[in-house]
Design a protein around this ligand. Structure first.
Ligand SMILES: [Zn+2]
Length: 500
C-alpha cells in the first residue's frame, strides 16, 4: 500500500453555489495533506457545500482556509452523494531515491512509453526522484506531488545519503529471516524481507547495518544477522583447454609460504619438500598448472599459481598467460552517462591492452571480446580454465558527487594468498595511468570484488576514471586518451613482470 485513501465528495447538484479552496498549510487541524498542485485539487475547489452546521464552510461563498477532515466525514455521512477515492502521496512509503543517468528522461503518468500523451515532465542527468515501488521495467516515483513513472534503465538507485552505491565490499549470507530498511535503523520503513541463507552483496557498513541490494533496490540490513561468505580458493580446477607446455630459461619466485614440491604433477603425490615465500626455483617446464622445478638439485612439481614466472631471457612478457577482463557487457552496461556506457569503454581499452601484450609475446585471453555478458563467476571460471597467471579487470567509475575524479585500482586480500603480488601489480598499473594520462591518484585499495577475490592468481580491478566527472569523461571518450590508458596498463603489466 502506498496511499492514504481520502474520500472526497463531488456534488454536482449545487455547482453554482459555493466554492472553497484547501491549502497545503500546516495549520493545526487543517486538511494539510492535500497540496494545491495535487490532482484532486480541482475537484476540491469545485466541491459545493450546501449544508448548515458547517461553521467553517459557509454556504454560498468562496472558502479560503482549511477544511477539517471531520467535516468531510460528516458531510459524506449526511449527504448520500457520489464519492470518489483520490490517492494522496504518503512520503513515509518511499522505498528509495534514484538519480537519472540521462538527460531528458521522460516522466509519465502511466507505464506506457509508446506515446507522448502521458508525459508529465522530464528530468535531466543527476536529477533525483523518490521511488514508491518497482513495477517491472518501471519505477513508480513522485513528481510534482503526484505519482508517475520513469523507465528503470535510466535511473540509478542511491543510498540513504543520496550517494551512489559504489563497489561491492564483500558478500554475506543471512543467518535468519531479516528486513531490509530504507535507512540504517530498524525504525525506518521495511522495503522487503529476506529469508535465512540468502547471499547478499555488501556495499557499505553504517552503524551496524550493511547496505545491500535486494531485487534491485538498495536497503539496510542488520549486520549481526549475517555472516561473511568465505572466499574459497578453488582447488585444482578442471581445465577445459589443452594445457600449454612451456619450456626455456625460466625462474619461479614462490609467492606463498609452505608451497609443496611434489614428486608427481598432481596434488595427492608425495611431498618432497616445502618452499618459503620469496624463494626462487629453476622452472624446467610448465604443463597446464604444474611446473617442473629444480630445487637443491632435486626435481619436483609445484602448482604454477603460486609461482611468479620470470623469463630470464627475451621479453619479460613472452609466453605469460594474462587474462584481460573488460567489465560488464551485453545486458549490463555498467555506468551510463547519456549515450556513453562503461561496457564500451572497458572493451575498447581491453582490446588495445590485449594487442600490446600479444605484440610482446604474451598469451592473452579476454573474458569477452564483444558486447556479451559473462557472469562474474563465469569470468573467474574462465580464468582458471585457461591457466591464467595474472588477471586484470578494466572498469570506469561513477559518483553522485561530480567532483570525484581520478584512477583507483583494487586488489582483494584473501587469507594466505599472494598479497604482495596483488599490491605490486595494482601499484604498477595504477601509477602508470596516473602518470601518463595525468589522472588524479585515488591510489591502490583493497576491495573484495567477486572477480578478483575468487581468482587464485594476482588479480586487480582498475577503475580508469569517473564518467560522472566532466574532465575524466572527456578523456574516457577521446580515442587518443583511450590509447594512453591502454598503453599505461600494458606498461604496468610489463613493469610487474620485469620485477624479479
Ligand atoms: Zn564497472
Amino acid at each position: 500500500m502506498y496511499f492514504k485513501k481520502v474520500s472526497l465528495i463531488v456534488c454536482i447538484l449545487f455547482i453554482s453555489a459555493s466554492i472553497f479552496t484547501i491549502h497545503n498549510a500546516s495549520a493545526s487541524g487543517g486538511f494539510e495533506d492535500i497540496s494545491l498542485k495535487h490532482e484532486a485539487n480541482e475537484e476540491i475547489n469545485n466541491l459545493v457545500v450546501n449544508k448548515s452546521g458547517f461553521p467553517d464552510v459557509a454556504v454560498g461563498r468562496k472558502f479560503s482556509g482549511y477544511v477539517e477532515q471531520q467535516q468531510f466525514s460528516i458531510f459524506k455521512s449526511e449527504k448520500e452523494l457520489p464519492v470518489q477515492d483520490v490517492a494522496v502521496l504518503d512520503t513515509s512509503q518511499v522505498i528509495g531515491l534514484v538519480s537519472s543517468t540521462t538527460d531528458g528522461l521522460n516522466i509519465r503518468k502511466s507505464k506506457d512509453s509508446s506515446s507522448k500523451a502521458n508525459i508529465v515532465g522530464t528530468i535531466n542527468k543527476g536529477g533525483k526522484l523518490s521511488v514508491y515501488a518497482v513495477e517491472g521495467d518501471w519505477l513508480k516515483v513522485s513528481y510534482n506531488d503526484a505519482l508517475a513513472y520513469v523507465y528503470k534503465t535510466y535511473a540509478q538507485f542511491l543510498d540513504a545519503d543520496g550517494n551512489a552505491l559504489g563497489n561491492i565490499e564483500k558478500q554475506v549470507t543471512t543467518t535468519q529471516s531479516i528486513n531490509s530498511y530504507v535507512k540504517p535503523t530498524s525504525s525506518s520503513k521495511v522495503i522487503s524481507t529476506v529469508n535465512s541463507k540468502v547471499k547478499l552483496p555488501v556495499y557499505n557498513t553504517v552503524n551496524g547495518y550493511y547496505l545491500t541490494v535486494i531485487n534491485g533496490v538498495p536497503g539496510y540490513i542488520v549486520a549481526d544477522s549475517t555472516e561473511d561468505v568465505k572466499v574459497e580458493k578453488p582447488s585444482t580446477p578442471n581445465p577445459t583447454q589443452t594445457p600449454p607446455t612451456v619450456s626455456g630459461d625460466l625462474l619461479g619466485r614462490v609467492t606463498v609460504d609452505n608451497l609443496n614440491i611434489r614428486k608427481e604433477a598432481n596434488s595427492t603425490s608425495t611431498v618432497l619438500c616445502k618452499l618459503k615465500k620469496g624463494e626462487y626455483v629453476q622452472v624446467n617446464s610448465i604443463n597446464g598448472y604444474w611446473a617442473q622445478v629444480t630445487y637443491n638439485d632435486q626435481k619436483g612439481y609445484v602448482h604454477k599459481s603460486y609461482l611468479k614466472i620470470l623469463n630470464q631471457s627475451g621479453n619479460p612478457l613472452k609466453d605469460r598467460i594474462i587474462i584481460i577482463d573488460p567489465g560488464h557487457g551485453g545486458k549490463d552496461p555498467g555506468t551510463v552517462v547519456g549515450t556513453i556506457a562503461e561496457k564500451n569503454i572497458a572493451l575498447k581499452v581491453s582490446t588495445l591492452v590485449t594487442q600490446k601484450l600479444e605484440a610482446a609475446g604474451a598469451k592473452v585471453l579476454m573474458t569477452r571480446t564483444g558486447d556479451t555478458y559473462p557472469t562474474r563467476e563465469g569470468r573467474v571460471d574462465f580464468t582458471h580454465a585457461n591457466y591464467g597467471e595474472i588477471f586484470v579487470s578494466i572498469h570506469v567509475n561513477y559518483a553522485a558527487n561530480t567532483s570525484a575524479q581520478g584512477t583507483e585500482t583494487f586488489y582483494a586480500k584473501t587469507p594466505g594468498d599472494m598479497h604482495q603480488e596483488d599490491i605490486d601489480l595494482a601499484t604498477f598499473v595504477n601509477n602508470q595511468i596516473v602518470k601518463n594520462v595525468n589522472m588524479n591518484n585515488r591510489k591502490v585499495r583493497k576491495g573484495n570484488f567477486i572477480v578478483i577475490a575468487n581468482t587464485n592468481i594476482p588479480a586487480i580491478l582498475v577503475e580508469l576514471g569517473f564518467l560522472s566527472n566532466s574532465e575524466d569523461r572527456a578523456k574516457l571518450t577521446d580515442d587518443q586518451y583511450i590509447e594512453q590508458f591502454a598503453e599505461s596498463i600494458y606498461k604496468g603489466i610489463l613493469e610487474y613482470y620485469s620485477k624479479q
